[in-house]
Design a protein around this ligand. Structure first.
Ligand SMILES: O=C(O)C(=O)C[C@]1(C(=O)O)C=C[C@@H](O)C=C1
Length: 92
């Protein structure tokens, strides 16, 4: 039997609540990398690192039906972190 809408949304809310502190933890590390890049004049984009991150997270994905979505989500995260490093750290 499928779950009802309310139950499914509760699970989404719970997952979101757990994800936000982890995203913040990731962002804190991204800020440190951004400062290092600024100090050492290193470009924000590191394609090799992004490929390595995507391959690693793909390997963590248990349900392979979700692998492409998980890769897209992490690519969106890294696009956002690059924008943050550029606008909030490099350009300041
Ligand atoms: O590892 C880095 O160099 C980062 O700046 C972090 C990060 C990421 O969000 O994982 C962001 C931008 C880079 O293109 C690669 C990875």
């Amino acid at each position: 039997m499928t779950m009802n809408l309310e139950e499914a949304r509760k699970l989404i809310d719970q997952a979101d609540k757990e994800l936000v502190p982890l995203i913040e933890q990731r962002m804190n590390a991204v800020v440190e990398v951004g400062k290092y890049k600024k100090e050492h004049n290193i470009p924000v984009l590191d394609e090799n690192r992004e490929k390595a991150v995507l391959d690693k997270i793909a390997s963590y994905t248990e349900n392979k039906d979700f692998e492409d979505s998980v890769r897209k989500i992490f690519q969106a995260i890294m696009d956002t972190t690059k924008e943050y490093q550029q606008e909030e750290i490099i350009d300041k």
